[in-house]
Design a protein. Structure first.
Length: 472
């Protein structure tokens, strides 16, 4: 088997819960196959005959659900579906794990949208068949990212080194989270332009800064320019492409980046359904993309993308502008999802040559897993691991993304938590009176090896576990 065949073959049986589940080469392979499908659907007509896809949509959807269903039918497969939690046994208190085991016994593939963050990851762990995340709360939407990357690649001829502005609700918009991670991996410059109060969440920015090799510059170091261009910018992610960039002062190289304009504007609506207060729902300065904006410096060559549905953030007056690609982007959903389904089900009939080949492929950073049960909980109340039905069986799951001071990232929803105090597991070999805990941000904490770190949310928790206060 040659390299190209290995990439295609390697996707069979896999799940796609996060965009980081596939390497760059694998993402590019799916997109190349999607281009092949878009050009000529004929060879794919019957490749999934006899296969059944469970289409489970527990949140509103038009494009994603209908394009997944259309994709499976175009491949010759069949569907079973559920579109309302109230109509399933989840409403009777059934756990996601039990549902996954049952549906995994009926269908060959599960596509699921669910409001809990990390829900698709849990279903993927228990289903025994491939699971595709069609949106898990405000966390991720990796197949929308495939559609976004497909459109960008078709339009710009490449995935590498793009310059993209992410616009609107970057806090709750799951599409921008998956897209930002993927773009960073392809060496992009990302401009963050949120409505005020809707900046990208801390854990997303933190992951960009720790996992993808680029540099994150926060808005306060970027100078304001006079009304022209893309500013005010909240944050900028840069992949250094030359050594001089690294040597330069961050705000200078950031300003240079901004002056070069962007390849695409990625616009998103306010995600009202995820908000808790009425005030949030009516922000005063939500940025609008219209004809006037597209005439400004830096946007002359920018294409406009939007995952849709749009509300007021994207003016109707640009619909006929050749740079507006959002309806085309939505139509790509079918060939992109046909390619993905056929690969995961091992039914793909063709070997395609990726348009881009990455010598050194991207792999996720292997952060050490945090294995001690010290009562630390994910701080995100929307995380699947914090739901009463799931708490009964689902372990809290973390990786250690930094050790000075220690920071844990939730394995389901990516939210981070910083414990208050630490101790060493080696203390268990000591008599109880010598078991000491220390502040997490102390010199002592830095002397404990990651595999021995015991992390506690509070001093009381450490004391309850038999530790006494040590040196500060
Ligand atoms: C997006 C979603 O559901 O996250 N829509 C989609 O899948 N195309 C974006 C949105 O709802 O705003």
């Amino acid at each position: 088997m040659n390299n190209v065949e290995m990439v295609g073959h390697g996707l069979s049986g896999r799940s796609f819960a996060s965009v980081d589940d596939f390497s760059n080469q694998e993402l590019a392979y799916v997109l190349s196959l999607a281009a092949d499908v878009a050009e000529n659907r004929e060879p794919f007509t019957d490749v999934c005959r006899g296969k059944i896809m469970a289409s489970l949509f527990f949140e509103a959807s038009t494009r994603t659900r209908l394009s997944f269903d259309t994709a499976m039918l175009r491949l010759g497969g069949q569907l079973v579906s559920a579109v309302d939690v109230g109509a399933t046994s989840l409403a009777k208190g059934e756990t996601l794990a039990d549902m996954a085991r049952v549906v995994g016994g009926y269908a060959d593939l599960i596509v699921m949208r669910h409001p809990w963050e990390g829900a698709a990851r849990v279903v993927a762990e228990y289903a025994g068949v491939p699971v595709i995340n069609a949106g898990d709360g405000g966390h991720e939407h990796p197949t929308q990212t495939l559609c976004d990357l497909f459109t960008l690649q078709q339009e710009r001829g490449r995935l590498q080194g793009l310059r993209i502005a992410l616009w609107g609700d970057l806090k709750y918009g799951r599409t921008v989270h998956s897209l930002a991670f993927a773009l960073a991996r392809f060496g992009a410059t990302i401009v963050f332009r949120p409505g005020s109060g809707f900046a990208a969440p801390e854990h997303v920015l933190s992951k960009l800064a720790t996992d993808y090799g680029g540099e994150l510059v926060h808005g306060d170091v970027l100078s304001q320019s006079e009304g022209e261009g893309v500013l005010p910018v909240d944050a900028l992610y840069m992949t250094p492409h030359s050594p001089h960039q690294l040597a330069m002062l961050p705000h200078l190289s950031a300003q240079l980046e901004l002056d070069r304009g962007v390849d695409a504007l990625y616009v998103t609506r306010l995600q009202k359904e995820r908000m808790q207060t009425q005030a949030d729902m009516k922000p005063e300065d939500y940025p609008v993309v219209d004809r006037k904006l597209l005439r400004k410096k830096g946007f002359e060559r920018s294409v406009v993308l939007h995952p849709l549905p749009r509300v007021d953030e994207l003016s109707l007056d640009i619909d006929s502008d050749p740079r507006s690609l959002y309806f085309k982007q939505a139509h790509q959903g079918v060939p992109v999802r046909m390619a993905l389904i056929s690969l995961l089900l091992g039914c793909n009939p063709r070997t395609v040559q990726p348009t881009e080949w990455f010598g050194e492929d991207w792999r996720p950073v292997a952060h050490p897993r945090y294995v001690h049960e010290t009562g630390i909980h994910c701080p995100n109340e929307r995380c699947v691991a914090n739901q009463p039905s799931e708490l009964r069986y689902l372990p809290q799951k973390f990786v250690l993304v930094a050790s000075t001071p220690p920071r844990l990232r939730c394995g389901y929803c990516d939210h981070e938590t910083e414990p208050a105090v630490v101790a060493t597991a080696e203390a268990y070999d000591e008599p109880t009176y010598r078991r000491k805990y220390h502040r997490a941000r102390s010199r002592w904490a830095t002397t404990i090896r990651p595999e021995n770190l015991l992390l506690f949310a509070s001093a009381e928790d450490a004391e309850a576990a038999g530790f006494r206060p040590g040196a500060a």
